[in-house]
Design a protein around this ligand. Structure first.
Ligand SMILES: Cc1ncc(COP(=O)(O)O)c(C=O)c1O
Length: 401
C-alpha cells in the first residue's frame, strides 16, 4: 500500500483544503503545498524573495529567520514533492548533483557505497574525483544483477545508489528485490528516479529509503531551471538534509522552486504524452534498417520488458539507439531540425544527445566500453511535440547515414 504523511509547512495554517494522501496524483501535483496564499488568496504560491525575516523580539518570529535555512516558497515545493513521491519530507538543492552530494555527505569517512555501474556520468565523477578524497569508497556493480550486488557488500556498506532505467543503456533494476537484499545487509537504498518521474515509478512503495531527482528534467519539464530533490522516508533523514542545507548552503533559489511548483502542475499530462510519443518513436526506430539496436523498456524485445511492466506504470520518453559509428551519429545529429541536439532530457521539446561525448565523456573510453556505450550510440528524450513531426525529422536525419 502507498503510504505517506504530508508535512504541512508553517505558512499553511489558514489553508481550508489541504491536499490529502487519499487524493490522486494530479490533484496532489496541483494542490499539495500549492494551497491559495492565506494573506491574499492568490492561487499561485508567491516567490518569497527575501533573504531575511523580521523578528518581534529575540527568538520570536513566524518560523523563518534566514533563507538559507528555510524559505516559504521552498517549503511549499518540498511539501509538494514529498507528496508526489510518497515520502515523509523532501529537501531541495541547487541542482541534481548538489542533491547527490548532500546524500553522500550524510555518510562518514570510512563508509562504503555500492553504486550502479551505468549512472549519469556526473555521478561517478563526483564520487571518484571528489568524495574519495574524504574517505568514502565506492564499488560499481550492475544493479540488474542481484548476485553481483550481493557480492559487493562489505561490513561498512551503508548505501546502495542506483538508477532504473539506467542512463543511457536503459537497464532496469528490480527495486523491491534489491531493497530487500540491501536491508538484510544493513544498507539503505537511494533511487535516482529522474528518468521516470514519480508519475511512472514510485520507488518508496517498492522499499527505497530515499529517492532523488534532478528536478532540472521532467519535474520542471520546461528546460528553464536547474535543481535537485531528495525525498525521505524517515524524519531523521530530513533533519540531516535540512542541516546540510543550512550548513553547506547548496539550496534551491525561490525562483527555481516556483518554476518547479508551476511545472509539476502539468506533470501527469506531460508524462502521458511523453510516453505515447516515446512508444511510437521506439517502434519506428526498431523497424528502421539503418538503426542497429534500440534500447527502450517498452519494446517487447527489451530483456526486462516484464519487469518494466510490473515496476513502472509507463515506459517514458528516453530511448537509446545504435547508429554504428561516431561518423554515422554525427551525420544524423547534424541534420535534425525538430529535435534539438543538446545535453539534458525531460523537457517538452525533443532533445537528442550523444552520450560518448556529452553525458558520459567523464566516464572515459574504457569506462564506456565496460558498460556498452559505443561512439555510435544516440540518446533521445522524446518531447511532446506532434509525434508525426518528430518521426519525419528522424526520418530525414537518418537518411544522412
Ligand atoms: C539521471 C540523472 N541524475 C542526476 C543528474 C544531475 O542533475 P543536474 O544536472 O540537475 O545537476 C542528471 C543530469 O543529467 C541525470 O540525468
Amino acid at each position: 500500500m502507498f503510504f505517506f504523511r504530508l508535512s504541512i509547512p508553517r505558512t499553511h495554517s489558514l489553508t481550508k483544503h489541504p491536499a490529502s494522501a487519499k487524493q490522486g496524483f494530479s490533484t496532489r501535483a496541483i494542490h499539495a503545498g500549492q494551497e491559495p496564499e492565506p494573506a491574499t488568496g492568490a492561487v499561485n504560491v508567491p516567490i518569497y524573495l527575501s533573504s531575511t525575516y523580521v523578528q518581534e523580539e529575540i527568538g520570536k518570529h513566524k518560523g523563518y529567520e534566514y533563507s538559507r535555512v528555510s524559505n516559504p516558497t521552498r517549503d511549499r515545493l518540498e511539501t509538494n514533492l514529498a507528496a508526489l513521491e510518497g515520502g515523509v519530507a523532501a529537501k531541495v538543492f541547487a541542482s541534481g548533483m548538489a542533491a547527490i552530494n548532500a546524500i553522500a555527505t550524510m555518510l562518514k569517512s570510512g563508509d562504503h557505497v555500492i553504486a550502479g555501474h551505468n549512472l549519469y556520468g556526473g555521478t561517478p565523477r563526483l564520487f571518484n574525483q571528489v568524495l574519495t578524497n574524504f574517505g568514502l569508497t565506492f564499488s560499481y556493480v550492475n544493479t540488474s544483477d542481484l548476485k553481483a550486488v550481493e557480492a559487493a557488500f562489505q561490513k561498512n556498506t551503508r548505501l546502495v545508489f542506483l538508477e532504473t532505467p539506467t542512463n543511457p543503456m536503459m537497464e532496469l533494476c528490480d527495486v523491491r528485490a534489491l531493497c530487500d537484499l540491501s536491508h538484510r545487509h544493513g544498507a539503505e537504498v537511494v533511487v535516482d528516479n529522474t528518468f521516470m518521474s514519480p508519475y511512472f515509478q514510485q520507488p518508496i512503495e517498492l522499499g527505497a529509503d530515499m529517492v532523488m531527482h534532478s528536478t532540472t528534467k521532467f519535474l520542471n519539464g520546461h528546460s528553464d531551471g536547474l535543481g535537485g530533490v531528495v525525498v525521505c522516508t524517515k524524519p531523521e533523514q530530513a533533519e540531516k538534509l535540512a542541516f546540510l542545507q543550512k550548513a553547506a548552503g547548496a539550496i534551491m533559489s525561490p525562483f527555481e522552486c516556483w518554476l518547479i511548483l508551476r511545472g509539476v502542475k502539468t506533470l501527469a499530462v506531460r508524462m502521458v504524452q511523453h510516453d505515447l510519443n516515446g512508444r511510437k518513436v521506439a517502434d519506428y526506430l526498431a523497424q528502421h534498417k539503418k538503426v542497429q539496436k534500440v534500447f527502450y523498456p517498452g519494446l517487447a524485445s527489451h530483456p526486462q520488458h516484464e519487469l518494466a511492466k510490473r515496476q513502472m506504470s509507463g515506459f517514458g520518453a528516453l530511448i537509446s539507439f545504435e547508429t554504428g559509428s561516431l561518423a554515422n551519429a554525427n551525420k544524423m545529429l547534424r541534420k535534425v531540425r525538430v529535435c534539438s541536439l543538446g545535453e539534458s532530457l525531460g523537457g517538452v521539446e525533443t532533445l537528442i544527445s550523444h552520450p560518448a561525448t556529452m553525458t558520459h565523456a567523464a566516464v572515459g573510453e574504457e569506462g564506456r566500453r565496460k558498460i556498452g556505450i559505443t561512439d555510435g550510440l544516440v540518446r533521445i528524450s522524446v518531447g511532446i511535440e506532434d509525434v508525426e513531426d518528430i518521426l519525419a525529422d528522424l526520418d530525414q536525419a537518418l537518411e544522412a547515414i
